[in-house]
Design a protein around this ligand. Structure first.
Ligand code: KG4
Ligand code: ZN
Length: 361
């Protein structure tokens, strides 16, 4: 197989199609992002207030080829200049995952390149090593629309999961809160913006699992409490009420994250005694500046450095998939073209399932 040993630095094409972003990127092994094209399907899904899997899959088919050609064009390279192809192979909406993965396999086969089926969560987990210098082992708070987990990233492909959500993911809680408050879709950025004008102390919302042992999360009670408060206000709800509820929700969610992270930090520091202790935020919700500011205080108290990739690498993108490909290419960890698409794919297969955890675990 030709992995183009003469090309230096080596380049990896990364494809991402696991949810509602169709994305293609080209990243070099020396951390240059030559192209990072992301097409969001927001307009297609907005009327439904959430992602419709069939619409997403069809949109990936419509746009994937063009986006790959655009990425090659922006990078000024051709297929012959690549050293490997990486595509998300799960977890995610299976129709979309199959489209990106089959496209990646076809390019790899036609260009005689090695292929890597990337775990989307590993894409998020390693993205910080593309933007920053972070050494293993680091503590990872992975907060996205589909997941909310705390893991120790010990190495490429080597994770210890400390906690996960037993119901909704953090991004899901943001999206549902936005829907209840009529703030539109996607909810995260809208809630963050509304909260800036609100009084975060006005509504007393629950902090699920606070004070209990362990590192698991629960957010469905919080979302229900927001709904109840909104229903109490009824038709008389004012713009300021919405701002105050958004701010109170964000504070409650931030408190929950911090409470769970305190346990995780103790475990990480005691068990691994890292020489450069770091807490990394990743996933779409890590784009939230308010949460980032609150966590930086927590980290300072524990002598730990907080690192978050820039927002463009936090929300779903192809560069994080290409970069996970670079990390795996460096250790020669390639896949055969018979690798399948996976709707579920835990980073730590040994982690016990969280009680009550459904598809998010
Ligand atoms: O990582 P991502 O792009 O897709 C998944 O893998 O799920 O995350 C999307 C999630 C959505 O729930 C979105 O509302 C949330 O990230 N999000 C935010 C912010 N930006 C995106 N949540 C809170 N604050 C933000 N600024
Ligand atoms: Zn994601």
């Amino acid at each position: 197989m030709n992995s183009n040993p003469n090309i230096s630095p080596r380049l990896v094409l990364g494809l991402e199609t696991s949810c509602d972003e169709t994305a293609a990127a080209i990243v070099s092994e020396d951390k240059q992002i030559l192209a990072n094209v992301v097409l969001s399907q927001l307009d297609e899904h907005r009327p439904y207030g959430g992602v419709v899997p069939e619409i997403a899959a069809r949109a990936h088919i419509d746009h994937m080829d063009r986006l790959i050609l655009q990425a090659l064009d922006e990078a000024g390279v051709g297929f012959q200049d690549l050293s490997a192809v990486a595509a998300t192979s799960g977890p995610g909406l299976i129709g979309g995952v199959m489209i990106g993965m089959m496209t990646g396999k076809a390019i790899a086969a036609a260009s005689d390149l090695p292929f890597m089926g990337i775990n989307h969560l590993e894409g998020h987990a390693l993205s910080v090593r593309l933007s920053d210098e972070v050494a293993f082992p680091y503590l990872l708070l992975l907060i996205s629309g589909g997941h909310c987990q705390i893991l120790v990233v010990r190495d490429v492909g080597d994770y210890e999961r400390l906690g996960t959500t037993i119901d909704d993911a953090a991004g899901e809680a943001f999206d549902k809160t936005a829907k209840i408050l009529g703030l539109g879709y996607p909810g995260g950025p809208a809630v963050e913006k509304a909260a800036l004008k609100g009084d975060q102390t006005r509504f007393k919302l629950p902090r699920p699992l606070k004070g209990q042992p362990g590192c698991n999360f629960s957010f469905s009670g919080l979302k229900t409490a927001v709904r109840r408060e909104a229903e109490k206000l009824g038709d008389n709800i004012t713009q300021q009420d919405v701002y105050d509820l958004a701010a109170s929700f964000q504070l409650a969610l931030s408190d929950s994250l911090q409470d769970r992270l305190k346990h995780a930090l103790s475990h990480y520091l005691d068990k691994y005694a890292p020489s450069e202790p770091s807490l990394v935020m990743a996933g779409g919700v890590a784009a939230n500046t308010y949460l980032k500011n609150n966590l930086s205080t927590l980290c300072a108290d524990h002598g730990v450095t907080l690192v978050a990739p820039p927002p463009s690498l936090c929300t779903d993108n192809g560069a994080m998939i290409a970069w996970a490909g670079v990390e795996r290419m460096k250790i020669g960890d390639f896949d055969g073209l018979d690798i399948g698409a996976r709707a579920r794919w835990p980073l730590d297969p040994d982690a016990p399932p969280a009680i009550g955890a459904g598809k998010k675990a």
